[in-house]
Structure formats: C-alpha cells, structure tokens
Design a protein around this ligand. Sequence first.
Ligand code: ADP
Ligand code: ZN
Length: 722
Amino acid sequence: MTRARVLLLTAALGPLDYRVPQGSDAPLGSVVVAPLGPRRMGGVVWEDESFGAPEPVGDNRLRNLFEIVDVPPIPAALRRLVEWTSDYYLSPPGSVLRMVLPGAAFADARRPIVEYRATGELPARMTPQRSVAMDAIGTRQGTVRELAALASVSEAVVRGLVNTGALDAVEVSADAPWPEPDPGFAPPDLSDEQAAAAEQLRAAVAAARFETLLLDGVTGSGKTEVYMEAIAAAVAAGQQALVLLPEIALTEPMLTRFAARFGCEPVPWHSGLRSTERRRAWHAIASGEAKIIVGARSALFLPYANLGIITVDEAHETSFKQEDGVHYHARDVAVMRGHFEGVPVVLASATPALESLAMVEAGRYRHISLPARYGGATLPDLAAIDMRRDPPDRGKWLAPPLVDALADRLGKGEQSLLFLNRRGFAPLTLCRTCGHRIQCPNCTAWMVEHRLVHRLACHHCGHVMPPPRLCPECDDEDSLVACGPGVERVADEVALRFPEARTAIVTSDTLWSPAKAAEFVANVEEGLVDIIIGTQLVTKGYHFPNLTLVGVVDADLGLDGGDLRASERTFQQIAQVAGRAGRGAKPGEVLIQTRVPDAPVMAALVANDRDGFYAAEAASRRRAGAPPYGRFAALIISSEDVEVARGVAQRLGQKAPVADGLAVYGPAPAPLAMLRGRHRFRLLLHAPRSFDLQGTIREWVGSIDWPAKARLAIDVDPYSFV
Ligand code: ADP
Ligand code: ZN
C-alpha cells in the first residue's frame, strides 16, 4: 500500500497522512484533493521528515485521497521555500501554501469558461439597478460573479440582463497558448555603461547559480533596459523570468514596454486578473509555457517550472512587505527563492534600501551601478522652499515660488507634477463650534473627506459615510470645516489659480485598475495633461519626457510618526518623485516645500548627497541597534473585547522571555489602538542580528493559553509600527 503525507491548504493543521488509491501514483510534490472531515481540501504531497517529522498514522486509520490533480508536481525548491517562509515569518505552512496553490490551480485549464459582455442592446425595461450595472460594465467582459462585483449589484441583476439580451455569452478557453517572447525582437543600442552592466547580468544568468545583484542606477539611467537584457538571455536559454513590481498600477505600462522589446506582452499576475486569466496564467507558469511573468508580490510563490532569473524592480519599496496574513517581505523572500532555485536575483533601484546597501558592504550582494541618465539627460536640480519664510496664502497650500514655477511651465507648454502623499480632499474634519473631530467608528483614525465622491472615508477599514450637515456632537449647523490638504484640495487650488490648466489627479481612488493607469499614461504622453497631482503612486516608474517641474507639497509629512525608517523613506520618496522631472531633452527642476530645510534629509536631497545621507543614517541605525544591524519583531494581540486583548497581552508580558541582548517592550495599546472594530495591543522585541528571535517567540507564545476571542499576529522584521 502507498501512503502520502499531505500538507493541506489550511492554517489550522500540520501535514496529515493518507492512502494513495490503488492504481494511482502520488510522488512528492503532487497536487492532491483529500478528505478532511466531511470536506474536500487541496494539498501537496510532502516529505515525511519535514515539519518536525510527526509520527505516522496507523494504516487502519488512513483515508483515501480523492484525487491526484493533473498538474506538474510542486518542485522541491518551492517546497523548501514554503518551509523557510513559514519558519521565518512564524506563519502556518498551510497559509504559505495557499499562495502556491490559489483556486486557479484546481480549475481545469481545458474546460472553457463562459463570460459575458454587452451586446449594445438595452433591455426593454430599464431599472435603476440595471442602468447602474450597464454603465459600470461598459465594454468589460467577465463571469456573472465578476460583473456583479464590478457593478456592485447582485448576481440576479446581471443574470436578468443576460435574459433580456443586453449581455451576451462568450466562451473563453483558458488554455489558449501564450505567444512566445522573442529575445532578439528589438534589442536596444546600449551605452557603454549600460552594456557593461548588462554583460554582468547576462553572465550571472549563464552561470545559473544563486547570486544577488543590486542594480543601483539613478532614475532614468536605463535599469529596465539593462535587466531586460538578462531576461532575454534567460528566455533564449528556454528559461522563465519573473519580474516583481511594487504596485499593480505599474504592470500595464510594464507590459507595453516588454511588448516593445520582446514582440509580445508577458504574462501578468496580480489580484486584478479575472478568474479565467488567472487560471490560464497559473497553468502556463506551472507547465513552463509562460516565459516572462510580470507580477505583484503574490507572483513570488507560483510554481515556475524552469525559473532562470528573478528581478525585483523598485526593490526599496516598502509595499513589498505584506501587512496581513503571512507578514512576508517579497524582496527578502525573492532572495531566498533565488537561493533555493539556484538562480540570480536582481534588485533594481535608484534609492536602494539601507538593508541592501549593507549587504553590498558585507560582500554578500554584487553592486552594479549606473551613475548617469541615459542619452545625456541631466539629473534635476533640487531646491527647498522654506515654508516659514515663504508661506502660502491663508487657506492655500502652494508657496509663491512654486506657484510661479507652475505658471512658467504652463507658459512654456511643459508638464508639472505636484506630489502629496495624501488621498482625498482633507485628512480631518472638525467642528468649529465645539472642536469635535469626526472619527471612524471602527478604528482609531480620522475620517478623510473625499469631496469628488461626496463621502467621508476611513483609510484603514473602508468605512464610508456621507459628510454630515450638523456636527454629530453639538448639532451646530454648517460648523464642520476641512483641515489640511489632500490631493483633491491641492487640485482645487490649482484650478482656482490656473483655470486654463488641464489637471489629472492620480491616486489609488482614480487609478484603481490597470486600464485606468494605461489611460492616464496615454493622456500625459499625448500632452492632454498640464499638471499632475498625485500620491506616491506617481513617484515611480513613469517616464514623461515633457515633465520638467516637480513640486513636493509637504516634504515633512513622512517625518513625524517616529518610524525608524522615516528619514530613509522620505529620502527615497522625494528622490524618486524628483526622478520624474527632466527625463527628456529639457532639464528638470524640483521644489521641496518644507518647514525644516536644515534637517539632514532635506539638506542631503538638495546637495544631491546620497552617499552622505546613507552613511549618516547607517551610523545612527548602528548606534541604535536598528535594522540592518539589529532585529525587531512585533506581536499584535487583538480582540473585539478590549479586556480580552488586554488580558492576553498582560499575561504575555508577564512571561516575557529574558535573554542576553534581548529587550521586550510593552505590552501597550497600539498607536492604532482600534482597527476594524478590534482592540489592539503590541509587544515589540529588539535583539542583535544573531539572536534566535523566531525560536524565542515560538516558545513564548506556546506557553500561554489563548482564549478563542483573541487573535495574534506576528510581524518579523516589521516595517509598520502602528
Ligand atoms: P530607469 O529604469 O533606470 O529609470 P529606464 O530603463 O526607464 O530607466 O530608461 C529611461 C528611459 O530611457 C526610457 O524611456 C528608456 O526606454 C530610455 N532608454 C534607456 N536606455 C536606452 C537605450 N540604451 N536605448 C534607447 N532608449 C533607452
Ligand atoms: Zn475605520
């Protein structure tokens, strides 16, 4: 009789033993469907010795596997990555495995799926719901469920539209072949510097072993062109190449760029895919047919059949850190994946993380630098506007020098970008009469006014409400005032000052889909936009040659909050957004509005002294024992019942481990003391690099009884301290 040990897709259990039905075969890595109580659950056949080699279950108690799924087995290198990720981030292996095997893995790739799209005919009887749905669906295509979600109507409404003939069925085959990228389609003419960098990357691909290469090039130096050469080498050798991007919004322009270089678009992977697209992509990745994959961090765990290179673009971005579920950092896990697969990993950035530079210094990463912009474009000039000396007019946010610079660009027909990392109209609404501030009922957070959609919204839990007319506290009428600016408010000011200017607001509210992002890029490229007003979404990736002015509306915004990476992040963000200016023939100018022009980070930006800034920052981290010279881990205890959360946190605090070099802070209410209706307490561990934090935490949290109503989240190497 053959047995199989199976890791199931559930967080609650370790591996379980099953019987392999007679006549079938389930080698290591096989994807299977197994019985679990009354349910069917997917899983993967795993080594007996993993996960502490639990005792085998007696033959007489084994249940038969239901099915061995007809997909390639999950390779050993990926099984090792699942174990490592689970171990390092203290997450159940079943939760990590879910990223390897999303639902798409179990849907038969050959079975066609029925999608629907508008026929152009309107139903005879138009209800308000139907008209909302038809508007939202537009020219899009999807399953009934997807279209219903898209239009925020019930599935019955969509089915009704199908019955009336307003929507029409289309059969989509999920195994349509992907076009083959052609490595020789349109190779660029590289500058000498670029060619030297590309040669190093190509050699790393040819060597086919693990190495991390930091591609450190100023904005506009051609990093993308250079790493595409390494990808071309991998594709020419019949291998797969994965490119990780920090935002979905960046995928669409990247697909176009790859199409120009390789003759066809790569395979995208992100949460915005339709289920048919997802299914088709997963199977093509697992079979090895998909050659170039461009995706968000969840693409990292897919079962590539024959990976040759991993590239992490904008590798310094903190959005690579996942903040719920498995709290992993995609940049760090990408390096581990390269290690297990035995392939090179390229980290590309104009402003590398201090962690990555420290690895270069320690001799662990190879440093490849591109110090100049391509094609003779010069780096922009940065200057600070001292907001204490040159304040904006009352109730306005743009200081006179910035307003003058905007007027100048408008006159010359050049484009400008105003950067403010705040969505909406105003971050706070308060009552002039009684001082009441409107807070989210579920979170320790102010409600943010979004004037374009006439709503107050919580950016933490998504709670929305119409702006009240009366103060909810004192009932005074028309006493509520907006405090502080968001991008919408800055756009209002621009419209008031320059009524003739054509503006575009760019935030996750306006660029919520890859198609919207593509539309924005096209509009700017065609010169239909004079002034872009955007959040961090516009700081990276885009290449607009006619954009010559960047204004940073509030450079101090990221500095308060006491985050250990606040200065580094401010430096990176401003250097990145500055990098959008002057990428073509005309030189760029960057104006930074700040109240602390003498702060080291502002001075370094203006003096273009990156090395000096990093050296000072590294020295201060070293003194504090902060990453990368020391380690942190956070424990967040939450419950709907504040006393339950407090109780568990206190018991944990009483049993806090004591060890040489280890400091345990807390428990204390988290700065975000309530989130989505749950009360939160934090404990923070701080230790030297060599300390076994994971082992210590595992033993510690195992030593107390957990009430069912309390939840624990463990964040190893945290980036967020709220
Ligand atoms: P980075 O990723 O370093 O910001 P990009 O790769 O986006 O730089 O290059 C900036 C711009 O210069 C892009 O429009 C790119 O196509 C162009 N470019 C860079 N190198 C070359 C080259 N060798 N030949 C032609 N165009 C190039
Ligand atoms: Zn909320």
